[in-house]
Design a binder for this molecule. Structure first.
Ligand SMILES: Cc1cc2nc3c(=O)[nH]c(=O)nc-3n(C[C@H](O)[C@H](O)[C@H](O)COP(=O)(O)OP(=O)(O)OC[C@H]3O[C@@H](n4cnc5c(N)ncnc54)[C@H](O)[C@@H]3O)c2cc1C
Length: 435
């Protein structure tokens, strides 16, 4: 199975309404050579290509659709540092040295994005305004307190918010506490990924859209990626296909569970209401097992996101449920006109970590951002570029993991729908206990 989207353009969303320049990315025609061929033109692939091209490498990026078609052009635009594992967990699991490098890399990933945006003058409404991780109950506050303590010990600008301060900053009274991380912020994700494509091209890389890679083969020490109308043969192959990973590389698709994430957006809210909804300007994600995330977009639309079934059913009831959640969180919006509904896939890994693989010499893979790829996928691209440019595994500071397909992957839909139901039930129990 090869990933071939029905349309090369990303789905209509709050992001596609803004006038962002679509990068020219003509399909690949003919056979050519390069130093590096990258499959996937999202944050991971473009960041890898940009950092390589800046160092003089001849790079070709191929995507089945337009650059940014995948998660990168349709996400919530929340630029969040860190991982699900806290710094102490990373040091315990990976040892003090690798663990430290991992929290430094992931903790610095949002700064990395904002610096990249500034350096390449990418116009994408970027604001390093902080992010709130909101706790719906007391036990979640305890988890956030421990997290804050760990990051503060390491000098990060992270603080705990009590119930009142969360309500003041978000405009909803449904949370009992929160964490404010001042390293984080927001971008207009489609504008960011398109700006990244522009910068990548200006650095000298070629980007070809509508060029699905249909096969990969090893030829005399090089790698050949074939598309319907051409091929690229290169010393190094980078796969950056995240939740849209297909069967190009044996077993890779089965290392992640693609899960659909849904978003809805109101029409731009009137000024008086906007002053009472997220007045602090920070995006929010909560720490429910099945989370909700929300923010205002630059035009003042309220965006609400959440998880639904694993596959894209397009069921209107799912979106209606999210709209009802938004109205419950923010009674001050009344009954707004809902302007946009869209969804996309996030790639979940069983250890909740982004994975870097090097299954054969000259083949590098980065994926599995667990719904937190705006910062980390961009940073992963730089890790992949560093490796191509000669960094040793030890110098990378990120573990290079074997490809380990998830057992019973073919059964992921029924298994995960049971898991999701169980988690929703636990969230409901937590809500009742803290009511
Ligand atoms: C609805 C939604 C909301 C989200 N919200 C947030 C958020 O607020 N904050 C956050 O940090 N993260 C969020 N994420 C996650 C984030 O968007 C992703 O982690 C990130 O975009 C991954 O980037 P990527 O470059 O690795 O993959 P993608 O951007 O998905 O790019 C993969 C590309 O590979 C291409 N491809 C696949 N197979 C082939 C092939 N055979 N040949 C050629 N091309 C191929 C696809 O066409 C696609 O363009 C969200 C995701 C979704 C879907």
């Amino acid at each position: 199975m090869i990933h071939t989207p029905s349309s090369p353009e990303p789905p209509a969303s709050a992001w596609t309404t803004a006038a962002t320049v679509t990068p020219a990315a003509p399909p690949l025609e003919g056979d050519r050579r390069a130093d590096v061929v990258v499959v996937g033109a999202g944050f991971t692939g473009l960041s890898a290509a940009l950092h390589l091209a800046e160092r003089g490498a001849d790079v070709v990026v191929l995507d089945s659709a337009e650059p940014g078609w995948g998660g990168s052009g349709r996400n919530g635009g929340q630029v969040i540092p860190g991982l699900k594992d806290d710094p102490d967990d990373l040091e315990r699991k990976f040892g003090p040295e690798t663990g430290r490098r991992m929290w430094e890399i992931s903790g610095g990933a949002a700064d990395f994005v904002f610096e990249l945006i500034a350096r390449h003058k990418i116009s994408c409404e970027a604001q390093q305004c902080g992010w709130i991780s909101a706790a719906p109950n007391a036990s979640a506050v305890a988890v956030l307190r421990a997290r804050v303590d760990q990051w503060q010990r390491r000098g990060a600008p992270v603080e705990i918010l009590d119930r009142q301060r969360v309500a003041d900053r978000t405009g909803t009274t449904l949370y009992v506490g929160g964490l404010l991380d001042r390293r984080a912020g927001v971008v207009q994700p489609l504008a960011y990924v398109r700006g990244l494509a522009r910068a990548t091209r200006e650095a000298g890389a070629a980007i070809h859209g509508c060029s699905p890679v249909t096969g990969i083969e090893s030829r005399g020490g090089a790698w050949r990626a074939a598309t319907p109308a051409g091929s690229v043969t290169a010393n190094t192959l980078i796969l950056a296909t995240n939740a849209y990973t297909d069967d190009l590389w044996p077993g890779l698709r089965r290392t992640v569970i693609p899960v659909q994430s849904y978003q809805v957006a109101t029409h731009p809210l009137p000024e008086d209401i906007r002053r009472r909804v997220l007045p602090g300007g920070q995006p929010v994600s909560d720490v429910r097992r099945i989370l909700y995330y929300f923010r205002l977009d630059p035009e003042g639309r309220l965006l609400m996101g959440g998880r639904g079934p694993l596959n894209d059913t397009g069921d209107p009831a799912l979106f209606a449920r999210l709209e009802a959640v938004a109205a419950r969180f923010f009674p001050q919006i009344g009954a707004p006109r809902w302007e946009h509904r869209w969804s996309g896939r996030v790639a979940i890994t069983t250890d909740h970590l982004p994975h870097l693989h090097e299954p054969r010499p000259g083949v590098l893979i980065g994926l599995g951002y667990n719904g937190r790829g705006v910062a980390m996928a961009t940073r992963m691209g730089k890790l992949l570029a560093d490796r191509v440019l000669g960094a040793s595994h030890a110098e990378l500071g990120w573990p290079v993991m074997p490809i380990a397909p998830i057992p019973l992957h073919a059964w992921r839909l029924p298994v995960m729908s049971l898991v999701v139901r169980w988690k929703r039930f636990q969230d409901w129990l937590d809500a009742r206990r803290s009511a």
